[in-house]
Design a protein around this ligand. Structure first.
Ligand SMILES: [Zn+2]
Length: 268
């Protein structure tokens, strides 16, 4: 049976260290793509040096085996660890590299720079000022998740998510646009619906995803936590992105006001 995980995105970006992926002749197409002779592999990823999303293109290979169609045995007999190096297309001095070895019809990742945790943590730096005290917890959650620790990460993320929802709730209360008691009795997905005017649309449209957040932590398995974490993280980032955009807009409005008033002054 084809191993769906043998693809560029999984192998380079998601696969953990010392994790192994089995292959056989049914993976021929994907193996040909990853271990081909052309160097046309690329992926999109946050660049920790540009501090922005970028495209990385394969720029060099060291000790790489070249796969011959359907000859998985030849691939399996290749015992030397090999390295793929990718170059950031924004700045060619930014390099990401990955080392693998093959053993027992399995591809194993034995090295990587930078680490997944470091990519993830750098990608949330822009939220530091908005998150304030929650920032430490956000980076802890991301760190735990990138090491495969579900429940621990989930606890932090849920708390941050609840805090952000509570901020919107307080705003709704100030504007007297919400039924206090109804809100208190509601589950998380219902709260999101009640706060629909204060939250990103996409979050409200997908509120059912967040019903799980109302469950007690003892009711959730490690796997359930690992499954919901990317969705909670995305929701948190969506809320924060809106806040960042509002802040930027406010600062531009202020700049314009300043400019107008000083221009009016000089024209007098
Ligand atoms: Zn870069």
């Amino acid at each position: 049976m084809t191993n769906e995980l043998i693809n560029t995105e999984y192998i380079f970006l998601k696969m953990g260290l010392y994790q192994q992926l089995s292959f056989d002749w049914t993976d021929d197409e994907n193996l040909s793509y990853i271990f081909n002779e052309n160097e046309d592999i690329q992926f999109d990823c946050f660049c920790i040096e540009c501090e922005e999303e970028s495209t990385f293109k394969l720029s060099s290979k060291i000790n790489t085996v070249y796969y011959v169609k359907f000859d998985v045995e030849q691939l399996n007999n290749y015992k030397t660890p090999f390295q793929y190096e990718f170059t950031c297309q924004r700045n060619h001095s930014h390099k990401y590299s990955y080392i693998f070895r093959i053993t027992d019809y399995k591809i194993e990742k034995v090295g990587q720079y930078p680490s997944t945790a470091s990519i993830e943590i750098n990608s949330i730096k822009k939220y530091r000022r908005i998150l304030k005290d929650n920032y430490q917890e956000f980076s802890k959650a991301i760190g735990l998740y990138s090491h495969g620790i579900g429940i621990g990460s989930f606890v932090y993320l849920r708390r941050i998510f609840e805090n952000l929802i509570e901020e919107s709730h307080q705003l709704a209360l100030q504007e007297i646009s919400i039924d206090k008691e109804l809100y208190q009795q509601s589950r998380m997905d219902e709260k999101i619906e009640l706060l629909s005017n204060y939250l990103p649309n996409i979050l409200v449209e997908n509120k059912k995803l967040y019903a799980i957040l109302s469950k007690g932590i003892h009711e959730l398995s490690e796997d359930e936590c690992l499954e919901i974490i990317p969705k909670v993280k995305l929701a948190i980032e969506l809320i924060l992105d809106e806040k960042l955009a509002e802040k930027e807009k406010a600062s531009k409005v202020q700049q314009l006001r300043k400019f107008i008033s000083s221009t009016v002054e000089t024209l007098k």
